[in-house]
Every structure is written in structure tokens, then in C-alpha cells.
Write a protein that binds this ligand. Structure first.
Ligand SMILES: [Zn+2]
Length: 376
């Protein structure tokens, strides 16, 4: 899917009202695909994240790969909210997958479901169902199947995610008839012959506006967290099967897990003089980082990941806990406040994080120390 960083596709995805032309790819992994374009400064204000306003970041200088947040296991992505993998975890999982087949493989993938993003989850679920049929079959032999029906794989995943959305509405006792009908009708559409017209972004923006007018923030958060797991496109799944039909299990697994790998996103893009320091970094999975790179972020953010404000909060809560525990070294006490300011600035108040100040972090650290001493 990263090949989609082409200007023709990118332009068609832009919000037509803004005419903003920008193609920023900030993930280091994306560099081979980057097409650098300059931004017309008069258009810069139209994009939240590309705001271009001078933000004075504190932080401490470090490269994106030295940003310690990307070395923590399972940090929630600041954009989609799903847990991220470190490179080490990624390599380990790829290695383990090469040693498994049949129901053992199915169980392994099932246990690591949280690391597969939308399209990848569709493919992983296909591998699981095929592995359950044959004890001898492994990842590379399943992907090499000649008779694979990518439309069915895509459609099955859409149905799976929407049934999870439905389950979330039920468990949260949602009594809003409009929301329930919206989800039910979409599931019915996916079950019918007419399922080719389903569009992820249209569905998400419709759901988001219904949840907004409903007003229940917790319901919105829980429902959107599930809904953003919808696969991105059938074409991309098709391309995957074309490209990997003769690939090794390691190569296939790397391709399926790389989107979940933790990266440092420049909040103010590097190409707009965004600083290489901790105060300008948000931990994001490679999938979100690379997508944000070539979309109009305002449009992209609202339609692809409407739960980003909550995800960014989840991210900083997790990271703050590690800072208090001393797992990020002594330079990170300012990070939560820096991140709060950077996101507030660059989103013009759309993301307002609740964070601990360095003093509060220190107080918490002392408190924990005391508790440990008393326990000992
Ligand atoms: Zn993400």
C-alpha cells in the first residue's frame, strides 16, 4: 500500500475545497517512495498539521530513530490508537511465524491480532481460516493459492469489523435509533449482492457525525476505535496477493506487520522546518505516519481516524506512565507538556491533551518510591 504515495492517487484524495498540494512522508521507512513537493505558503494555513506557524519547541534534539518512545512495546498509536510494535518485537514475530503451520499458526495469528491493521487484518484472517483446514500448510503456501478471492476477503473483513461495531453499540446500550439503523443497514448492504459500493471513508464520516450529534463521548470513542479497523481497499489487497504469491513466510510476515511498527511522526512536518526533537514527535504506527504523509491532514484525519484526539490521549497516558517509572531516561519529563503544546498549536485546538507537568511527574515518582519502600 505504500506504493500509493504517488501524486496522482494522492491528489485525488485531497479535500477539493482546499487545493492544498503537499506530499510529506515523515516515516524513515517511507523515504524510498518520497516525492518531495514544495508547499505554497499561502495555502499552508488551510491544513491543521501543516500549519507552518512558528512553534517554539523545547524538547531535546534527537533523531526519529533515537526517540525512545518507539522502543517501548505496545504503545498505543497517537493516531489510530492501536498498539505498536518495536522493530525487535516485529522481527521476533516474523521468526516465530516461520516455525508454525496449521492450527498452531492459526492460534499464533489469532493471539497477535492486535498488530494487524485494516488490510493486513483481512489477510491475516484469511490465513487463519486456511490454516485451520490443513495442519501442513504454512503462511507462504497459503498466500500462493491461485484461487484466492480478494473481494470475498475484503468483504468478510468489512463484515467482521462492522459486527464488532454493532457489538460495541449493544454493550454500550446505545439507544440512538439513527446510529443503530446506520450500522444495521450497512451490514445488510455488505450481506447483499450490492456490496461493491461500500466506501470506508463515507461510512466513517457518516458514523462520526451521528456519534457527534448523539453526544455520548465514551460511546463515540469505543465505537470509533473499532470502526477505524475497517480495511482500506480491495485493490491494495489484490496487489498484495500479486506481489507476494511467491514470497517467503518471513517476507510476507514483515509486510503484514510493518504497518504496526512504531515510528516518530513530526508534528510540524520536517519539510516545513519542523524540528528534530522530542517536542515535535508523536509516536505513530508506520501505517498512520505514512498515510498522513500524503493526505490532506485535516480531511484525512477527520475521515480516516476521527478518534485521533482520544488516541493521542491514550498514547501520552501510556508514555507518561513509562516516564514516571524511569523507563525513558531523564530527558523526557518535559515531553508530555511539549506534546500537548505542539498538538494544540498544530491542530488549532482540535487536540487538547490532559497531561502531567514535570513537577507532577516528579511528585508521582516520589510517591511511587515511598509506596515501594513501605511495601518492602
Ligand atoms: Zn496508527
Amino acid at each position: 500500500m505504500f506504493n500509493s504515495v504517488s501524486s496522482s492517487i494522492h491528489t485525488s484524495n485531497l479535500n477539493k475545497n482546499t487545493n492544498a498540494k503537499s506530499a510529506f512522508v515523515t516515516s524513515p521507512i517511507q523515504k524510498p517512495f518520497v516525492k518531495t513537493q514544495t508547499v505554497n505558503p499561502s495555502l499552508a494555513h488551510m491544513n491543521y498539521f501543516l500549519g507552518g506557524q512558528a512553534v517554539s519547541f523545547k524538547g531535546h534534539n534527537c533523531s526519529t530513530s533515537n526517540f525512545r518512545v518507539v522502543r517501548l512495546n505496545d504503545v498505543p498509536c497517537g493516531c489510530c490508537g492501536m498498539p505498536m510494535l518495536t522493530y525487535k518485537q516485529n522481527q521476533q514475530l516474523c521468526l516465530e511465524a516461520t516455525q508454525k503451520s496449521g492450527s498452531d499458526l492459526a492460534e499464533f495469528l489469532q493471539n497477535n491480532k492486535k498488530y494487524f491493521r485494516g488490510n493486513e487484518s483481512a489477510i491475516a484472517n484469511y490465513i487463519i481460516s486456511e490454516a485451520q483446514k490443513d495442519e501442513m500448510t504454512d503462511v507462504s503456501s497459503i498466500i500462493s493459492h491461485a484461487d484466492v478471492d480478494t473481494h470475498e476477503i475484503f468483504n468478510n473483513e468489512n463484515k467482521r469489523v462492522l459486527n464488532n461495531v454493532k457489538a460495541s453499540l449493544l454493550s454500550n446500550h446505545c439507544r440512538n435509533n439513527e446510529i443503530n439503523a446506520y450500522v444495521d443497514n450497512t451490514i445488510a448492504q455488505l450481506n447483499s449482492e450490492d456490496n461493491v459500493n461500500f466506501k470506508r471513508n463515507n461510512f466513517l464520516s457518516g458514523l462520526n457525525s451521528l456519534l457527534n450529534s448523539n453526544g455520548d463521548k465514551e460511546l463515540k470513542h469505543q465505537v470509533l476505535d473499532r470502526a477505524v479497523k475497517l480495511p482500506v481497499s480491495e485493490t491494495q489487497i489484490e496487489r498484495f496477493f500479486e506481489k507476494y504469491s511467491n514470497a517467503s513466510t518471513t517476507k510476507i510476515m514483515q509486510r503484514l506487520l510493518n504497518p504496526a511498527t512504531a515510528t516518530a511522526e513530526h508534528i510540524q512536518p520536517h519539510s516545513l522546518k519542523g524540528a528534530n526533537n522530542t517536542a515535535n514527535y508523536l509516536g505513530e504506527c508506520e501505517e498512520c505516519n505514512s498515510k498522513r504523509g500524503n493526505y490532506d491532514l485535516n480531511n484525512y484525519w477527520m475521515t480516516n481516524y476521527p478518534n485521533m484526539p482520544e488516541s493521542a490521549q491514550k498514547n501520552i497516558d501510556y508514555v507518561t506512565d513509562k516516564i514516571v517509572k524511569g523507563e525513558l531516561g531523564d530527558k523526557y519529563d518535559d515531553y508530555p507538556v511539549d506534546l500537548q503544546k505542539a498538538l494544540d498549536n498544530q491542530t488549532k485546538g482540535q487536540i487538547k491533551l490532559k497531561v502531567l507537568t514535570p513537577e507532577e511527574i516528579e511528585a508521582k515518582r516520589q510517591e511511587t518510591k515511598k509506596e515501594e519502600e513501605q511495601a518492602a
